[in-house]
Write a protein that binds this ligand. Sequence first.
Ligand SMILES: *Cc1c(COP(=O)(O)O)cnc(C)c1O
Length: 377
Amino acid sequence: MLNLVDLWPPWPTQCSRRLLMPLPVDLSSSSRLDAAAVRSGKLTNVPSDHMAIAEYSHGEWRKGRIQAYRPIPMPPFALGLHYAQIVFEGMKAYRRTDGSIGVFRTERHHDRFNRSLRRMCMPEVPYELFADAIHGLVAVDHGWVPDGPDSALYLRPFMIASEERMGLKVADEYLFIVIAGPFRPLFSRPLRIKVEREYVRAAPGGTGYAKCAGNYAAAMYPTKLAQQDGYDQILWTDALTHSTVEESGATNVMFVIDGTVVTPPLTDTILDGVTRASALEIASTLGIPTVERSVTVDELRDGIRSGSITEAFGVGTAASVAPIGSIGIDGVDFELPNVPNGVAQQLKKAFADIRFGNEDPYGWMHTISERSVKETV
Ligand SMILES: *Cc1c(COP(=O)(O)O)cnc(C)c1O
């Protein structure tokens, strides 16, 4: 018999039974959740109890499920492990001040996921599967969402080619998985970044606009070199001339130049950040002028020297808005002033209001609450 139960707020994580939310749920038989430690932010950067998983084969997606977080079966000859047909997303669920939980911009992350997948010859994920997996996982693991103001449950949807096959080919079998864990931003002080003049993250015609695994492996060595020189991250420049600024680490970059927010325009070498797009929209609402145009390294150097550039910051899901305090250009560090209540702070506050508050003027939050689930025996 089908039986309707209310998933929210108390959720019995200690019993194992099958539930039908949008996706069937196989609850973990044990929980690692220390609710107080998670809520207070003491338990961070660990996987939550559950994961969502769905398989693709013979040209179609099979209905996914939510199950205990555990290792995934992966043949050593799985194509994804060798040829990097691997694409991911990074999203967050926030605990709002009214106790409900909100997921930020699921639709937009889904759009980008599919854009990345197309570039890697991987099958697209229907919105329904993407959203059910993410929202269902957050509902089941709601106890893992920490309290604000900076904390969140980090969500990592990803897809990997799982077909076992010798030789290079486009895989016919994939796993789509969503995992999660409580997260606090890494950087609390202004970043020190180094303008990269030698190595390349993304070239025209390449994969820079896709959130595909290979891009990050390729960035590790130059980033390590920069970190050995005392920088936190690299500020990438264009592959051909190394003279215009692109982005930094896993964040897009913005500069305040003569009071205008300036950010490089989207090309196939720049990741289309959800935070970037949102920040541009918020800035406009706040009456701050914005422009998407190229910024050269020379303009950066001259602008910091002359004082026309007052702020630089990274924008991304991980850190929301991360002020940049220093930019290293050809061995010389250019320091940016600390601007109290500057654009970066205003944007950060506006993001926090949307994510943690109860007002959502843009309709960006997907609320996870009061869900009814169908329980099967
Ligand atoms: C994920 C990512 C960003 C930021 O994108 P958001 O959607 O804002 O998190 C920027 N650059 C790169 C290279 C990224 O991987």
